[in-house]
Design a protein. Structure first.
Length: 233
């Protein structure tokens, strides 16, 4: 029995070819080819710059649409009530306060909070300072939770099965955690902790970032070639 032939979507093929062509032109504009004339490289550079600006504008519009969708979803939850209404109220209130403070800071209405601010300076210093303070507090709380999570994960790991890799993980965890204790007698542990963070951790982080970049590039190419469907489909 012959398998049914898959119908080719002409519109999808045209869009994939157009997207692939624009992507190649953008790459050629960002990385000029020495074999091409300088005039052609200049045209490609200008066209790629124009495409990047258009993508930036579209991305900004997408962010605005996402924020409006966030408001719509949480306002709908507030109208329905229930156990998640409190979280939706906090989310909407925080978003509104951030927007109001930023706009007021841009308009110069918060100059009273900055006595040493230069005249004519319209940079949103108050909103940026407030955001940094809230962000640092949240990051500190998450770091504290991560500490307890690592200790509990190490306990569960050693309780389930003891292997060489598990012992290496526990020793590294103990060295890093104890190395942060400000005691003069633990100076050698501080040195080892700095080496662990500077060499293995940095190498692992870069490897993860390179893997994410390669995975994103592969998925993008497969999507442009029409081999994968986008999430909206």
């Amino acid at each position: 029995m012959r398998a049914p032939r898959r119908r080719v979507n002409i519109a999808a093929v045209i869009l994939a070819a157009l997207a692939t062509s624009l992507a190649l032109i953008t790459l050629l504009g960002l990385a000029p080819v020495p074999a091409l004339p300088e005039s052609i490289n200049g045209i490609l550079s200008q066209f790629s710059t124009l495409l990047i600006r258009l993508v930036t504008v579209v991305g900004g519009i997408a962010v605005i649409i996402g924020v409006l969708n966030l408001f719509a979803v949480h306002i709908g939850k507030l109208q329905k009530g229930g156990s998640s209404a409190l979280y939706s109220f906090v989310t909407v209130l925080a978003a509104v306060l951030v927007v109001v403070v930023h706009l007021a800071d841009r308009a110069g209405l918060l100059k009273a909070l900055e006595p040493g601010r230069a005249t004519g300076d319209t940079s949103p210093l108050v909103s940026l300072t407030l955001m940094d303070a809230v962000q640092v507090a949240i990051e500190s709380a998450l770091a504290g939770l991560l500490l307890f999570f690592l200790v509990y994960a190490a306990y569960r790991l050693m309780r389930r099965r003891v292997t060489g890799w598990n012992i290496l993980f526990i020793m590294t965890l103990l060295i890093v955690l104890v190395g942060y204790i400000p005691l003069s007698t633990l100076g050698f542990l501080t040195t080892i902790r700095d080496w662990v963070l500077r060499v293995p951790v940095s190498a692992g982080t870069r490897g993860i970032l390179i893997g994410v970049a390669l995975g994103t590039l592969t998925v993008g190419v497969r999507l442009l070639l029409g081999q994968d469907r986008s999430f909206r489909e």
